[in-house]
Design a protein around this ligand. Structure first.
Ligand SMILES: [Zn+2]
Length: 94
């Protein structure tokens, strides 16, 4: 994900991003940011994720996992890949 302030790459799993309930801060520039699910990116990524799901499914089933677990994994991946950062609404208006 790219920070809207400093345009530096911020990890989805960054600790300061995953502080739910409190203000999310960019770990690079300490400016307030907000994670949101980009539906545009979800739509773009849906097809490649769905296609790779077919091969993931085979892999999962071979390892004894169920295909529903593979589907859940692909959905989780789609959400993580579609996460984007934006400037919080309240910070932008003040
Ligand atoms: Zn930043």
């Amino acid at each position: 994900m790219k920070c809207p302030h400093c345009l530096q790459h911020v990890s989805v799993f960054s600790r300061s991003i995953n502080k739910f309930g409190s203000m999310q801060l960019c770990p690079k520039c300490n400016q307030p940011v907000k994670t949101y699910l980009s539906l545009k990116w979800a739509a773009i990524l849906f097809i490649p994720v769905f296609v790779s799901l077919q091969s993931i499914k085979l892999l999962f089933i071979n390892d004894g996992f169920s295909s529903s677990l593979a589907t859940g994994f692909a959905c989780g991946l789609l959400v993580v890949l579609s996460m984007r950062l934006k400037v919080p609404d309240d910070a932008a208006s003040s």
